[in-house]
Unconditional design. Sequence first.
Length: 498
Amino acid sequence: MTEAIKNLSFKVLFDAMADAMVLIESDGRIVLMNPAALQLFGFSENELEGLTIDRPIAPRYRKQYQHYQALFFNKPVKLPMGSGTEFIVLDRSGQEMLLDVSLSPVELQQQLYVLITLTVPRQRQKTENALRESEERLRLAKQAAGFGIFDYNFKRSIVYWDEQMRRFWSGYTGKTISYEGFVAMIHPDDRADRQAAIDYAMDSASRGEYKAEYRVVDPVDGTERWISVVGRVYFEADCANRLVGIAQDVTEQKILRKKLGMQRDEAEKILKQQVAAHTASTIAHELNQPLTAISAYSEVVLHALQSNDLNVKNLKKALEGCVEQAQRAGHSLHELIAFLQQGELLAESLDLNDVIREALDIASNDGYERFRSKLNLEKNLPAVQCNRTQVQKVLVNFFRNAVEAMRTVDSPILTITTKAQTLNEKSIALVIVQDSGPGLDQTMAKRIFEPFFTTKPSGIGMRLTISRALIKDNGSQLWVDADTKTGAKFHFTLPFGP
C-alpha cells in the first residue's frame, strides 16, 4: 500500500483535489486545470491551449496580479490563503467571482511552476446565500402585497422601476423611463399635489419622507387606477440625489372607501334629521302647555281691555299668570339643554399638534382626503387643557366645511392651511384654519354661526354653531376673520394646562 501511494502521479493527485487548482508556467501560461477548476470557470480541456492566467482575472485586477506574479517568481515562497491574496475572476460567461488564492512554487525538471489553489470565501458565500434568501423573501412579499419598486435619479431625470411598477403604468416594457414620460401618465389634476409631496421630501428638514396618492391614466382606454406611494429621498452634501420608494394599487380600497363614505354621509344625514325631529318634538312638548296658558291669559287681558271691564284684580292675576308660564317655559328649556349636555368628557392636558394631526387623519378617512394640507405648527408648544373629542370635532368640522366649500372653485389644488402658535400676551394657544375656497362675504360672515344658517343646499347649518359651543365649553373663543382675501379663515383659542 505504501509503495502504491509513493507511485501515485502528480496528475492523479492534482485531478483528485476537491478545490479548484491551476498549474501555470513562469510566463503565466496555463499548463493544467483540475476538474474542479474547469467546472468553476466553465472551460473545457481543449480550450486551455495557449490560455494565460490573465484571461480569467477581471481586467481591473490584471495589473495587480502581474505585479504579484513578478514578485512571486523573483522570490518563490508559499503564500497560504488568508494572506491577502484574493482576486475578482471571470468565468467563461464573464460572470465575476471573488476567490481566495494560495500560491505554491513547484519545481519539475528544473522548470519552475506555480500551483494556484482557488476557493470561494466561506463568509462571502454565506453572505451571498443569505442575500439570495433575503431577495427571495422580498420577492415573495412584493408578490403577495402587489408592491412595485422604483428609483428616481434626480440628476439623470430617469426612473428605474421593476416589473410591477411597469404594470401600474399600463405594461410599459422598458426597465427605465424618462421622468417626463413617467409623469405624463399621471392624472393632470394630481400632478401638483404629487410634486408638492416631492418638494417637501427634497427639503432636508423633512428627513426625506415622501408620501403621495395619485391616479395613473391608461393612454389606450382612459381607465384610471389609484396608486399609493411611500418612499425616501437620499441626499449627498445636503442635495437631493435620488428617491427610492414602493407603490401599491389602492383603486379597490378607494372605491370601497368612497362607497362607505357615501353610506356614512347618508346615515349621518338621516340621523341628523331624526335628531332634529326628536329635538323639535321635545321642545314643542315642553313649551306647548305654558304657551297655551300664556295665550289664554293674554286673551283675558285683551277681552277686558276691549270691553272696558277694567277689573284691576283680574288683570293683575292674568298678567301674573303670563309671567309664571313664561318662566316655566324658560326653566323647561334650561332643563332640556342640561339633559342634552350630560356625559361630557373631562378636560385633559394634550399636545395640540397631535390633536390637529389626528383630526386631519379623521377627515381624510371620512372621504374628505382630496385636499393638500399645509401645517405650520409651533414646535415645543406647551400642552393645552381641553377635551380631546370636542376639539377634534371642531377641527374635523372645519376641514369638512373647507373641502365642501373649495369643491365649488375651479381649481385642481385644494389647500387647507392649519397653524398653531402661542399668543404670548395672553399665554394661550391660537389655532387658525384657512382654506383656498371662495371665502365669505360680510353678510355671510355675520350670520355664519347662527343656527340653521347654511350656504350649502344639503346642509342644515349646525356645524359651526356646535363648534362655537364646544370651544366655549372648553373656556375659549371661536371666531371668523371677515377681512381675509383668500378663502375662509377661522380662529379659536385654547388655554394652556396648569
